[in-house]
Design a protein around this ligand. Structure first.
Ligand SMILES: Nc1ncnc2c1ncn2[C@@H]1O[C@H](COP(=O)(O)OP(=O)(O)OP(=O)(O)O)[C@@H](O)[C@H]1O
Length: 313
């Protein structure tokens, strides 16, 4: 029997198929301040997400899911049908744009909203699914699906599953995943992730796939201002701040590397590595200078970043 929920989602599915990005509602919270107490989970995730730069599509998706689940509960109280939905997702974007971080947040959100029984995130890639002989792949993939039950299965670089074409065992993994998506009675969300172009190509090679992922989110590269905001935020979170000179140098370095590396630039991960390396370098400097004043220990200086010798990958 066809799933009426999938039919209900047909507008979204069409959007995915036509590769037109879904325009979600604005991220201004739609509940009034007086109503906020009633919406504890929404408020909690609003706060959690506000620590992240950009990600407007995700912030709006969380609102949309919250509204749907909340209204469903109220509908149930009034004797109306409260139907479940297929929530499998595609995340497209370059490295370090926040796909894994967001998948983790989505998993815990769906758990708190009682959509997923466990809410854990299982991160897998081709090697975890594909085996070495006939039948091995299906067995391996089924085992992964079992472990993912009640949570989110996140498959990074999912396009690599169709790398070897028809004869490759990757195809068997895809077929097993598709079966699993149908059998799991909605207590499981599959998120496939990877570079935009490769994911589009992957989906075009597997025409049965796009309609099984009603939610498609694009994670754009961050611009220099956003990366600087991330840098300051990550430092602050760890109780550090940057000197004026360090800020200027970092901006210049990020601008240069982001434009040089383009496709391979690892966005948020690059910034995190930069901050963590600077923290270690600063500790060496502090130790040498024997200066344990609070003001000295919280400050990251230009020399702590060592740009001349390093790329932070
Ligand atoms: N919008 C953001 N705001 C703040 N930090 C971010 C943001 N996006 C990513 N980061 C940080 O960047 C780092 C890398 O993010 P994450 O691992 O989620 O990226 P990814 O897209 O899954 O990368 P990959 O595809 O290479 O696995 C993490 O430390 C994360 O917290």
């Amino acid at each position: 029997m066809s799933n009426p929920l999938e039919t209900k989602n047909s507008a979204r599915i069409n959007v995915v198929l036509n590769k037109v990005p879904v325009k979600r509602a604005s991220t201004d919270w739609f509940v009034s301040p007086e109503e906020k107490e009633k919406h504890e989970v929404l408020t909690k995730f609003e706060q959690k997400l506000s620590a992240y730069i950009g990600l407007d599509e995700i912030k709006a998706l969380i609102q949309e899911l919250y509204a749907w689940i909340y209204v469903n509960e109220r509908r149930k109280e009034r004797g109306l049908k409260a139907t479940k939905q297929v929530l499998h997702m595609i995340f497209k974007g370059n490295p370090g744009t926040g796909k894994t971080t967001v998948a983790r947040i989505v998993a815990s959100f769906l758990h708190e909203m009682n959509v997923l029984s466990k809410g854990h995130l299982l991160e897998m890639e081709r090697a975890d699914l594909v085996g070495e002989y006939i039948g091995h792949t299906a067995q391996k993939t089924r085992e992964v699906l079992k472990q993912a039950s009640g949570g989110v299965l996140f498959i990074d670089e999912a396009y690599s599953l169709s790398r070897g074409g028809e004869k490759d065992f990757g195809k068997e993994a895809i077929d097993t995943l598709v079966k699993g998506m149908e059998n799991n009675s909605n207590d499981f969300v599959l998120i496939i992730a990877g570079y935009s172009k490769e994911m589009d190509y992957f989906l075009s090679l597997n025409p049965g796939l796009p309609s099984r992922f009603p939610i498609s989110i694009t994670f754009p590269n961050y611009n220099v201002d956003e990366l600087m905001e991330m840098l300051i935020g990550m430092a602050k979170e760890r109780d550090y701040m940057l000197s004026e000179e360090a800020l200027q140098e970092c901006r210049e370095h990020i601008r240069k590397v982001a434009s040089e590396q383009e496709r391979t630039f690892s966005n948020g991960r690059y910034i995190r590595n930069m901050v963590e390396e600077a923290i270690r370098q600063q500790a060496v400097r502090i130790l040498k200078q024997n200066d344990y004043r609070k003001t000295a220990m919280e400050l990251l200086k230009k020399e702590d970043f060592q740009f001349k010798h390093k790329r932070f990958m």
